[in-house]
Design a protein around this ligand. Structure first.
Ligand code: DLL
Length: 438
């Protein structure tokens, strides 16, 4: 039987959700216009006032917000309330340019925790569960988000943070963790370490995992489920919109329900900004309906995905997003072909390789090169050049069949590629060093 954290809301008829969204939208636009000068200027520039926004059909009139806007407004430019009303900040990792800092009132945190609680309950969690949170704690939202959700459900929470994998496993076993929360790449690493330590999947009490914060494939899900003996659920979110829990997977495991009582989702053409009909692939845009400290109207996530509102066997009525295929800025254009790292990952796992790989892109003599480094299968690594060359050729052929371009595959020794305890860095694009716009 499906469980819900807030059944009335999670199974609300779609018309009711839309009515609720329309009402909240009108109010939040007024709130933002009155309290955020940066966005008011943007609206004025576009000639839109709060009076023009009377319902969902007017959403498209509002200007977009982008990460560049948040950076420009750093740190307080998009804050909508007095700093004294805020109780927390979180921040993006800031690998490219300035960090984005997001602010929270206690009310914002309460709602965020509820959304994470919905995700935990949808993964089968109850107050009898022991939830091991091995997302990083700190400025990153993963640890705090799932921790808050776990408390709301009444689970016993193990606030492990990331890293120290052997200690993670010791606590997992000694304290009987039943649900684990971390990035999928870290889950794969934990699975690998368990095996090395001589444990079988049935030796632990885990029943579910809640994994997100990075793109991962269905093939990766299958591998993690097998290695840990669990059901693996996806969870999505970004610092700017609160953190994890904006969308979460249910027992059907066919995409993530977006918490539509708190967010309106749109899909747009990333080049033109045009709103695309349901079922189209494009950039995901969120309007937050309840945020007090850091409200975002029409925020461009740069994540590429598809939205569908089909009847779900779990009974939830919230629209579903597919697994994001990666950020629009993760997409590489190699010899004119669009390539997402997740496509390469799917091939590697389908061919029986572990998800330990690195993709290197460069430009040599004016031509793009694509090198894929992947660990040879256990027991397969040989010093016979011919054997290895044949395997590399076979794998390159499989990747070519998927992408249409020929990579150079390098099989490297097992365990030689660095494992990730948080978000894995899969791609090194050396063309950027050359100042090439990729
Ligand atoms: O990664 C929040 C989070 C923490 C989500 C824990 C899930 C679990 P940021 O560091 O701001 O926040 O990164 C947000 O990560 O725009 C996506 O590109 C990517 N991302 C997040 N969840 C998923 C997912 C957190 N389930 C960025 N699948 C987003 C694919 C994801 N990509």
């Amino acid at each position: 039987m499906e469980n819900y954290f807030q059944k009335d809301i999670e199974t609300m008829p779609v018309e009711k959700i839309k009515e609720m969204q329309a009402e909240k939208l009108v109010n939040i636009v007024k709130y933002v216009y009155d309290n955020v000068e940066y966005y008011r200027d943007k609206m004025n520039e576009k000639g839109v006032t709060p009076d023009d926004i009377k319902g969902l059909e007017d959403l498209h009139k509002l200007p977009f917000l982008s990460k560049a806007d948040l950076r420009e407004g750093y740190p307080y430019g998009l804050l909508a309330t007095d700093l004294k009303n805020c109780v927390r900040i979180h921040s993006t990792s800031g690998t490219t340019g300035k960090r984005v800092v997001a602010f929270y009132t206690q009310h914002d945190i309460d709602i965020w925790n509820e959304m994470c609680a919905r995700a935990i309950v949808a993964a089968g969690g109850t107050d009898e569960d022991v939830v091991q949170v091995c997302y990083g704690y700190g400025l990153f939202t993963g640890g705090a988000g799932l921790d808050g959700g776990s408390h709301k459900v009444g689970c016993l929470t193990l606030p492990m943070s990331s890293g120290n994998t052997e200690r993670q496993i010791m606590f997992m076993n000694d304290l009987g963790a039943t649900i684990i929360c971390c990035t999928p790449s870290y889950a794969a690493y934990i699975g690998e370490t368990l095996k090395e330590m001589g444990y079988k999947p049935e030796d632990n009490k885990l029943k579910a995992g809640i994994f997100g914060a990075e793109a991962w494939t269905e093939e990766m899900r299958r591998d993690i489920e097998k290695a840990l003996g669990i059901k693996a659920y996806d969870i999505y979110g970004l610092t700017e919109t609160c953190g994890p829990g904006v969308a979460f997977e249910c027992s059907e495991q066919t995409g993530m329900h977006i918490n539509e009582d708190h967010f309106i989702a749109e899909i747009i053409d990333p080049d033109t900004g045009e709103v695309l009909p349901e079922g189209s692939k494009g950039e995901l845009v969120f309007t937050a309906l309840d945020k007090e400290a850091f409200p975002l109207l029409r925020y461009r996530t740069r994540d590429i995905c598809v939205l569908t509102r089909e009847k779900c066997s779990c009974g939830r009525t919230f629209i579903k997003m597919c697994k994001p295929m990666g950020r629009s800025d993760d997409m590489m254009i190699i010899r004119g072909v669009n390539v997402f790292p997740s496509q390469i990952e799917a091939v590697l796992l389908n061919e029986g390789y572990a998800p330990n790989y690195q993709i290197m892109v460069d430009r040599v003599n004016n031509s793009d090169t694509l090198d894929v480094y992947v660990e040879a299968k256990e027991g397969d690594f040989s010093d016979k050049v011919k054997d290895m060359a044949e395997k590399e050729k076979a794998l390159a052929g499989a990747i070519k069949a998927m992408l249409g371009i020929n990579p150079k595959v390098h099989l490297v020794a097992p365990k030689s590629i660095q494992r990730s305890e948080g978000k894995a860095v899969r791609v090194i694009d050396k063309r950027k060093r050359l100042g090439i716009n990729v």
